[in-house]
Structure formats: structure tokens, C-alpha cells
Design a binder for this molecule. Sequence first.
Ligand code: ADP
Length: 560
Amino acid sequence: MQTDTHSPLASPLVPPLMGQMMSQPLSISSIIQFAARHYGGSEIVSRRIEPDIAGLHRYTYRDCELRARRLAQALRDRGVTMGERVGTLAWNGYRHLELYYAVSGSGAVLHTINPRLHPEQIAWIVNHAEDRLLFFDLTFLPLVEAIAPHCAGVKAFVLMSDRAHMPAASSVPNLLCYEELVAAFEGDYAWPRFDENAAAALCYTSGTTGNPKGALYSHRSTVLHAYASALPNVLNVGAMDTVLPVVPMFHVNAWGLPYSVLLSGAKMVFPGARLDGKSLYDLFEAEGVTFSAGVPTVWLGLIHYALQNGLRFSTFRRTVIGGSACPPAMMDTLIDKFGVQVIHGWGMTEMSPLGTTGGLLARHLKLPKEAQRRILQKQGHAIFGVDMKIVDDEGAELPWDGNSAGDLLVKGPWIVSGYFRQEGGDVLRDGWFPTGDVATIDPDGFMQITDRSKDVIKSGGEWIGSIDLENIAMGHPGVLQAACIGVRHPKWDERPLLLVVRKPGPRVTREELLGFFEGKIAKFWMPDDVVFVEALPIGGTGKVQKNKLRELYQSHLSSS
Ligand code: ADP
């Protein structure tokens, strides 16, 4: 059992002797300054967003930093002051990266918005954040035309392209051209210094329950998260890597990669709007990508394309998979068929987002492959900076025995202390942030998520882990995707129902699939029924929307 003890000497308010080291506030601009000065020739390659421009855009960290400074001047010229929010609706690309640094580096707050949300929700978020300017990629012009009339607080909308791609006529008021803004300044601009606790970036959670809530990151939290996430036990990014973030820059800052990759000096490759299996595969091969990161649904497409076409990766060696549980079958395919190391990552918007990453300890190397895999499948070890504990319904800490499951609580310098504009009030419990996840922790400190508390299936008072059931189902060769939900049951309150998308080819039956669970789970965990569907509802962040499934199927067992 881990306890939370503090010696009286651990944090004296008035230190008897001060250290004599330079005091420099941590700042996001220092990352791009460092990257430009020390790895200035490292490349940034981007797939174009403009459909009529062929080829890839290429430039270096040095070029990026100069353009970020010019953009920072343009922001100042437009009256954007410290702390004001600047919104973006954009894919992963070099202009978006320039905004990451120009906006935060100049002291304003970068507010990345998920364009996959419903337009009404986007307008709500823009207004709640009080975005002053809104930058957007050409793809999103129709979306911006739809929301602009409802976003009166936005002073100007900036299309992230050149004059040639500006629409001849548009209903968007105060429409500006990105390249013209950048061209108007020389870059004779010194990145300002300010308190490291100043706000730097704002991300809204997808709001599966209630309105979206904003996590407001600081310069300090972002820089610490970037340092920690580059560590060998975490993402292990280095100057020898070529990194392609599939995870969008509009979803929790692409898991911090726009910061951690730049401070590591690695080559960066941005996929733009094309995230299908073929487009990703071609880009991986053409640019020599070694490392990538994304949610499981994206890897489904890439793996399927590579397998169908008998392809192998020539440089791709490592990937982080997170955002929802990485199915063991996916991990096995990547490792055994493609030789790609899989790092299972867990975190959330409120955690910047990284909390834990999977991996082995030296002594695990002696274990048989299956035992190693079971360890790698866990969500993993806390990253230095994050502390975690599991508690029961009364808040008492549970043992780290790998079996006791409880609410997972976290704390650390890149975890929110509350939401933007105090939405939701006081969210901490005795200084800990409740993640809403249910987990076990084993004696070695490996955490495993068994469920989200709102997705937990409670049958006759006993918990059934939906992630376990999904993982088993996805291990069947006929299953492409599976989701397990609790639905109403007259006797047991709730019973598990399995929804399955079949793979093309021989069609697996209900009986075969239920037979596949035999011997792998406790009897009462057996799903009561299997429903085959064409597709599962996927939300804006690439996760299965179980709340939608529950709405659709809640009477499936009780009315039949
Ligand atoms: P939301 O989906 O609510 O917008 P996030 O994108 O921040 O929020 O998702 C955070 C949640 O995603 C976590 O609390 C957890 O439930 C789930 N999650 C993230 N990574 C994993 C993982 N590797 N395994 C299982 N669940 C995960």
C-alpha cells in the first residue's frame, strides 16, 4: 500500500538556505528558440491542406521559428494581448505549429478546437472561451461560415492559406489571409518573458457528460510535461527520430508532441487531413517515419491497409497507442507481424494529457512472451511528475495488488486544479483529481484501467469489466471492432451486451463468438447477447461513443 506521507522537512515554507541557480521562468517560446538555435536544420514536412497544391511542404525549425515571430508580431498588431484566447480549427500542419508557438510564445492563449464536434457545440466553445481571433484551415471554411453568425465576440477570422486560396465571396465577416499577416512583418521581435504560471493553452474535454469543460494549461505545466514525455520510459523521442503525430493537434495538443519533438530535435512529419491507411502508409515510407502516436481506431485503418496489400514498414519502429484501450490483438499484430514496438499510453485532457506509459522492467525480459504481453497491455507506469492512487467508495486507499479495482485519482504539476471559468466548481478531492476511470495497480506500480466509471457494467451488484470483454472479442479473427455495454435486465439490473463489427471474409456467428469467451472469463461475465453492426458510433476524438450505444440498445434484453 502506498501512503501519502510528508516529513515536516520536506517542504519548509522558509528555506534556511537558498540555492544559487539562475531563476528562469519556464516558457513555451524557449522550446522553439532552443529548437531553432540547436537543431535549426531539423526538418518539418507537411502534407498540404490545399487540395490543388501537389507535393509536401518542407522547411526547418529555423524557418518555423522566424515565421512564428512574424506571426506573433501580426497578433500584436491585431490587438491580441496577454491572456487573450486565439482559437484554431486546423489539421496537423506547419501553419498550425507556427500558431502553437506564436500565440503561446507571445503570451496569448492557444485554444485548439476539435472541428469534428457539432457546429453548435463549436460555437458554444468559441463563445465560452471568448476567442478573439479564429484561425482555420481551408477545409473548414463551410464550418466557419456556419458558426460565424453565432460568434459575435470573434474580431477576425483568419484563413490559413495564401491569397490565391481566399474565397472570392464569403459570408464570414472580417476574413483575413494568413500568409498576408505573416508577410507584413520582418520577425524583428523578441519573445517576451513573463511568469511561468501564465496561461498558455486551452483544450475542452469532449463533454460526454454535460457541457464541454476547459483545461487551461500554463507555460510551466506544458514545459514540464514536454520534458517528462521525452524520457526513455515514456515516448523516448530523440534527434535520430522522424515523428509523425497522427493524434490531432486539436486533441489535447497532439499529446504534447509539438513540444516534446521540437525540444528533442527530431524530424517532424505532419499528415494534414489525410488519415486513411494508404495515405499514412505512403507518408511513413516516403519520409522514413520511425515513431508515431494515435488512438486505436486510426491504427485499424493503417494495419488493415498494410495487411491487405502485403506491405511491411521499412523504418517505422515504435508507436504510442492511447486515448482508449489498445486491443491486445492490435498490439500483437503490430509487434509480431510488423516488428513495431507498442507503448500503451493513458491520460486525459485534464492531464496535458500523459499520465502513464506501458513498458517492461529489466527482470521481465526473462518471462515468456505471453507474460510480457500481459504487462505491456496494462496502461503502465506513472511518469515522473504524476502520482496516482486507487480508492474505494469511501475514499480509502486500496492496495497495489493488481486485483483491487477502485477509482483512480491523480496529482501532479501538469494536472488541472479546476476547469476554465470555474465550470464544475471545486473538482479536487483532498488535492487529488478524480479521473473517472476505474483501475487496478500491481505491486510493481503498473496501472490497468478496467473501465470508465460511467461505462462500468454492474450485474447483480458485481462489476464486469467492459474493456476485458472487448479485448477478448477483438482477439477473434473474425472481429474488426467490438464494444461492450451494460443494458437493462429485469433480474440483474444490468447485463453485458456485445456489439460487433465483423471483418470481411468468413462471417463469425453469435454462437462461435460466445464460445470463444468460454474459459477466458468468469461465467457471470458472459455477454447475454451479440449484435452485429455495420459500424460503431465514433466521436470527435476517435473513441467509440458508448453513451450513444446505451441509448440505442438499453431495452435490448428487457423488451425481448
Ligand atoms: P474525453 O474523451 O472525455 O474528451 P480524453 O480524450 O481526455 O477525454 O479522454 C480521457 C479518457 O480516455 C480517460 O479518462 C480514459 O477513460 C480514456 N483513456 C485514455 N487512454 C486510455 C487507455 N490507454 N486505455 C483505456 N482508456 C483510456
